[in-house]
Design a protein around this ligand. Structure first.
Ligand code: UGA
Length: 455
């Protein structure tokens, strides 16, 4: 049997996941990585970032030799399709820096075979694929450019690559488009063929829509705080309308990570450079930026107006569970704000502590959540790791000095916590007081300003 061949440039979260799954489907896959340190890790079967299940799959595919990793681009001369999966990190103004992408496409165009396809998976502003195509066509017009955006969530990336909701292929040549689409046939996902710019906008539009949904529900949550409603009930009611849907209506600390913040700004900028002001996207970013500081203010007010001298335990640092990614993580801004206000902060995370050490050197980092909460006046849940939901809360109550819990993700069992004697604060939800039955009267609200200062 003749196996398909494919090249992938970039061993980051998108390229490595794409390459290993393609290899697992029986495609002979050559993964090119420029960075020596990353390359050595990949060769040793170790993903240079945390993604559940990826190390195991990488080792397996390297052993089977369906996946080869290296730094030499010449192997791409045997690949009818080469995916470009390099990073497009935000530049100083928040819009993507396309330097690596330009270099990777130029390098690929020098080596791919006649009639070869260069498929761009990196997230890029609308018009980029066509612009690069036009630029390369000056030296090579026997190759095709296609936009094939990715929709992989960090932490769920293997699943999302194996079973995507759709495969989007944006190109001008039907044969080239089909060749790219066929690589994803084992996923049995529907394929959407579009123009290159249409595909780029599907990617930006998807992320911007989801981000806007989050900012919308966070705005509702802030209004719920003012009028005394519970945003989780409101979101359930709104989300029950199938035209709206419940997904991405979880109020919390706002979105972080490398994708939503950059892509919302990127799409906004695509309008600005063409003379159009996108007020909606501006508001989406602004609401998101404020959300984490509103929560820091809520922590202050829960501790009688000041956190100075209080010991605050923070559970979770990564921007969401299932990843060690700290980019734009709300938890980081929250702990910095608490530190600025004079709090003593102890934080923990199942996987991101090492990475966090240099970013928040002023914060004590401990691996064990029970150690983290010892003697704390307040506990802040910043990332909803499943292991934190399953903690022994009676033990936590005994370890803590205070009895205030601030749930930044609205995921904790408030009834249970209240029955254990905690005060529970959430996002857009009424405060729940301790409910200890007869013992109720003996529970103080929170540490008073005086007692906080006396520590
Ligand atoms: C996102 C998209 O979901 C992927 O489809 C896309 O491929 C990826 O960006 C990308 O462009 O590469 P990701 O950034 O991994 O994936 O994270 P999500 O799971 O989408 O969550 C993003 C943020 O929204 C997180 O900070 C999360 O805590 C927050 N969120 C999510 C909420 O605050 N509320 C919600 O209801 C859902």
């Amino acid at each position: 049997m003749q196996h398909k061949r494919v090249g992938v440039i970039g061993g980051g979260p998108v390229g490595l996941v794409t390459a290993t799954i393609l290899a697992s489907w029986g495609t002979r896959t050559a993964l090119i990585e420029w960075d020596d340190r990353r390359l050595r890790a990949l060769e040793a079967g170790k993903a240079p970032f945390f993604e559940p299940g990826l190390d195991e799959l990488l080792k397996e595919e390297l052993e089977k030799e369906f996946l080869v990793v290296g730094g030499d681009l010449s192997v791409l001369s045997a690949s009818p399709v080469t995916f470009i999966c390099v990073g497009t990190p935000p530049g100083p103004d928040g819009t993507p820096d396309l330097g690596d992408l330009e270099r990777a496409t130029a390098d690929a165009a020098e080596v791919v075979p006649e009639q070869g396809v260069v498929a761009i998976k990196s997230t890029v502003p609308p018009g980029t694929t066509s612009r690069l195509n036009a630029k390369i066509a000056e030296s090579r017009h026997d190759i095709f450019f296609v936009s094939c955006p990715e929709f992989l969530r960090e932490g769920e990336a293997l699943h999302d690559m194996r079973s995507p909701s759709r495969v989007v292929v944006g190109g001008t040549d039907p044969q080239a488009n089909k060749r790219v689409a066929d690589l994803f046939a084992p996923s049995e996902a529907p394929v959407i063929f579009t123009s290159p710019t249409g595909a780029e906008l599907i990617k930006y539009g998807s992320n911007a829509f989801l981000a806007t949904k989050i900012s919308f529900v966070n705005e509702l949550a802030n209004l719920c705080d003012l009028v005394g409603a519970d945003v989780t009930e409101v979101a359930n009611g709104i989300g029950a309308d199938p035209r709206i849907g419940r997904a991405f209506l979880n109020a919390g600390l706002g979105f972080g990570g490398s994708c939503f913040p950059k892509d919302v700004r990127g799409l906004e900028e695509a309008g600005t450079t063409r003379g159009y002001t996108s007020w909606l996207l501006k508001a989406c970013t602004d609401i998101n930026a404020q959300q984490r500081y509103r929560f820091a203010a809520k922590i202050r007010s829960a501790l009688s107006g000041s956190v100075a001298g209080s010991r605050i335990a923070v559970l979770g640092l990564s921007f969401k569970p299932g990843t060690d990614d700290l980019r734009q993580a709300p938890a980081l801004d929250i702990v910095r704000s608490l530190r600025r206000d004079g709090a003593r902060v102890v934080a923990t995370d199942p996987v991101a502590i090492l990475a966090a050490a240099s970013l928040i050197p002023e914060v004590e980092l401990v691996p064990d959540p029970y150690e983290c909460v010892r003697d704390a006046d307040a506990l802040v849940l910043a990332t909803e790791w499943p292991e934190y939901l399953a903690l022994d809360w009676a033990r936590i109550r005994d370890l803590m000095r205070g009895n205030v819990i601030l749930d930044g993700r609205n995921v904790l069992d408030r009834k249970l916590l209240s029955s254990l004697g905690f005060w529970c604060y959430g996002i857009g939800r009424p405060v729940v007081a301790p409910n200890l039955g007869d013992e109720q009267d003996r529970i103080p609200h929170v540490a008073t300003q005086q007692s906080a200062e006396s520590r």
